[in-house]
Design a protein around this ligand. Structure first.
Ligand code: PEP
Ligand code: MN
Length: 343
């Protein structure tokens, strides 16, 4: 249930409704929009009858939420959420951010070199896996804390905030010490204990869509994080499993406008894992922007043929820069700016 307040409702009136609900044992979530405030009610809704909330001053109406997700849904919060990664980097709204960097952090030289290149081409966040969820246990598993330290050093030099994956509850404090945004990988999208723990930290979480997850399951995964108090969730479409084998996954671009209709959370697209082929990355990145994505995640490597993981889907710095030039033109048409217009 949500309580929709009158557009002109005063603060005392909002406080009175919140106090009443809390006294009755309900949790409340306040959403303060430009024109009106919405109070989300969490708890056993059968106990709401008899409270006569609609009779309280300043209340316009009490509306049941029909969708299974509440905090993540547009019914609860009609305005887009803008996730503030740093004072300059805001995900959602007019800025479109490109997160770029290697699949995995491999060495100091590899990371620094590519970080400088993507920064010069206009990326505004740096990615790189230090803990890698590999299909085979015999593949390169990542440099772990050493990789996190290298990411922090690259941030120090380039000023780019860092996005990196956290694979289990145990390593949240370690990853949170170095990262600006903690990524939940596709394979962990329904690791509910991990999601709940990430709901208790004060850093943004980038939640990738599971390879076999429906849109509803994906938004409900975000709800797990939000229900513990962390509302800074960025959703990332990265392709789903279909019968097609030419591409690594099938990039579901219709999920972007679909999710943006259902949810207020920012949605970005990862065409690297979404296609698995470097030559499909730029076309799908352009299409993602046109479909309304708030950002992109692009794997880049100075020498893709030597990459320890995902070289086949990584852009060279030259290809990356060319794609960025094209993306700027598309952003202009959409009335948006890549990276807030900064270089
Ligand atoms: C990644 O971004 O490094 C990654 C492993 O992607 P996904 O979880 O989408 O497979
Ligand atoms: Mn990868």
């Amino acid at each position: 249930m949500i309580v929709v307040m009158d557009p002109g409702a005063r603060k005392e009136q909002i406080d009175a409704v919140v106090n009443r609900l809390q006294k009755e044992g309900f949790d409340t979530h306040l959403s303060t929009g430009v024109s009106r405030t919405i109070i989300g009610i969490i708890g056993d809704k059968t106990r709401l009858t008899g409270l006569a909330l609609e009779a309280m001053p300043g209340v316009e109406k009490v509306v049941p939420i029909l969708q299974p997700f509440k905090l993540a849904g547009r019914e609860f919060k009609p305005e887009d959420t803008v996730v503030k990664v740093t004072p300059d980097v805001h995900m959602g709204g007019k800025q479109v951010h490109v997160i770029a960097g290697p699949c995995a952090v491999e060495s100091e030289q590899q990371l620094m070199e590519v970080a400088r290149e993507v920064k010069a081409a206009g990326a505004t966040l740096l990615r790189g896996g230090a803990f890698k969820p590999r299909t085979s246990p015999y593949s390169f598993q990542g440099l772990e804390e050493e990789g996190l330290k290298l990411l922090a050093a690259a941030r120090e030099e380039t000023g780019l905030p860092v996005v990196t994956e956290v694979m289990d509850v145990r390593s949240i404090p370690l990853v949170a010490k170095y990262a600006d945004v903690l990524q939940v990988g596709a394979r962990n999208m329904q690791n509910f204990f991990l999601l709940k723990e990430l709901g208790r930290i004060d850093k943004p979480v980038l939640l990738k869509r599971g390879p076999a997850a429906t849109i509803e399951e994906w938004i409900l995964a975000a709800e797990y994080i939000m229900s513990e108090g962390n509302y800074n969730v960025i959703l990332c479409e990265r392709g789903i499993r279909t019968f097609e084998t030419y591409t690594r996954n099938t990039l579901d671009l219709s999920a972007v406008p679909a999710v943006k209709r259902l949810s207020h959370l920012p949605v970005i697209v990862d065409p690297s894992h979404g296609t698995g082929k470097w030559h499909l990355v730029a076309p799908m990145a352009k299409a993602a922007l046109a479909a309304g994505a708030d950002g992109l995640m692009i794997e880049t490597h100075c020498r893709p043929a030597e990459a320890l993981s995902d070289g086949q889907q990584s852009l060279t710095p030259e290809n990356f820069a060319e794609m960025m030039t094209e993306l700027r033109e598309i952003a202009k048409v959409l009335g948006k700016e890549i990276g807030g217009g900064k270089q």
